[in-house]
Design a protein around this ligand. Structure first.
Ligand SMILES: [Ca+2]
Ligand SMILES: [Ca+2]
Length: 359
């Protein structure tokens, strides 16, 4: 068997990767399907087969990916922009046909700069009946998170940044620098790490990518000058910031990691790439990307494809695409047919949405 493996190494490798389609990569095709946006922040593939978009200034729109027509749905007039702050993450209820709820995160002014998550109901033409899910999250002109994910068991996960205050992520009484977990009415699940506390994990700097796949919650997180991270978010774990950057590889970090239940990242970038929107690709349309995390970067202006192991908890290969082709890129979403969509973050009312398919 060993001899066979040596002779047919590529076949053995494919078997190890459990990915028989690797040998048939398709040629990618890129199309700009929308232009004229201004700092789109979240793009979500909706069950109506439209792409739902937030823009940092407060607009929520729907894009018809067939025609490129963008229709304004709602303006969150309470949104207060400030540096990186404004209207940020959005997620739709997993059972949207029967429960057409739309959750959005945004910054606002109320005795200081804050962040909240609000749930709207979509009536087919408008977003109505806003309900505050959580509010008074500290915010700043930098480091506000804020991605949203709803898991199949109907829990809402919210990434919050350190709000430019490094004392907050390790303080379990602060809402900042956390991954929060709430029920969809804003209540705190009884099985959170600490009863009555919305945090699920602590020690985060500024996670702007979050996706649930393979029964695993993956995040991407901005490091300081070093150590952008890909993490697997687990209940009650500490992700280190500001005491640990990236891996527990320095002496001071090792003692902190041992005593504080720190979970190390899967991958780091040093220098940083400005790790942002994250999604999981598991479609046959682009077979070479199957079973991969896809992540876009702001500063380094590219898409990273990170092929996962069979157990989905390690990255076995990383490839880069569209390097500097579109400038800064904020977010990514995937259609059920396997097309990938990326939004740029260059401003000037000239941001784009690019569709990636195959020739
Ligand atoms: Ca970390
Ligand atoms: Ca380190």
């Amino acid at each position: 068997m060993l001899v066979v493996c040596v002779l047919l190494f590529s076949q053995c490798k494919k078997d190890d990767d459990n990915n028989p389609t690797d040998s048939n990569p398709v040629v990618l095709k890129e199309s700009i399907i929308a232009e004229g946006l201004n700092f789109p922040w979240e793009i979500v593939w909706g069950p109506d087969n439209f792409i739902w978009i937030t823009e940092r200034g407060g607009k929520i729109s729907r894009l018809n990916p067939e025609t490129g027509v963008v229709t304004l749905l709602h303006t969150v007039t309470e949104t207060a922009t400030n540096g990186e702050g404004g209207l940020l993450g959005m997620v739709l209820h997993p059972n949207f046909a029967t429960t057409p709820q739309v959750f959005v995160a945004y910054n606002y002014n109320s005795g200081g700069y804050k962040e909240k998550v609000v749930r709207y109901t979509y009536n087919g033409t408008a977003l109505i009946n806003p309900v505050t899910i959580i509010e008074n999250i500290p915010a700043a002109s930098i480091h506000n998170g804020c991605r949203l994910v709803i898991t199949p068991d109907l829990k809402l996960f919210i990434t919050t940044g350190d709000a430019n205050n490094t004392t907050l992520p390790q303080n379990v009484s602060s809402l900042s620098g956390k991954v929060l977990r709430l029920n969809l009415d804003g209540g705190i699940p009884v099985d959170n790490p600490v009863a009555g506390n919305p945090y699920w994990s602590i020690g985060h700097r500024n996670a702007q990518g979050l996706v649930f796949a393979n029964n695993i919650l993956y995040s991407s997180e901005h490091g300081p000058s070093s150590d952008d991270e890909i993490n697997i978010i687990e209940k009650g774990r500490n992700y280190g910031w500001p005491d640990v950057r990236g891996f527990c590889n320095e002496t001071a970090e090792q003692s902190f990691c041992t005593t504080n239940n720190v979970k190390e990242p899967l991958k780091v970038w040093t220098p940083t790439t400005a790790a942002c929107g994250l999604d999981y690709y598991n479609n046959d349309l682009i077979p070479q990307w199957k079973n991969s995390l896809l992540m876009v970067a702001l500063k380094d202006a590219r898409l990273y494809q990170m092929k996962m192991s069979n157990s989905f908890n390690t990255i076995v290969e990383t490839n880069e695409f569209f390097v500097n082709d579109y400038g800064r890129m904020r977010d990514i979403c995937i259609s059920p047919t396997g097309k990938v969509y990326i939004c740029t973050s260059n401003g000037g009312n000239n941001d784009k949405i690019i569709e990636i398919s195959k020739e």
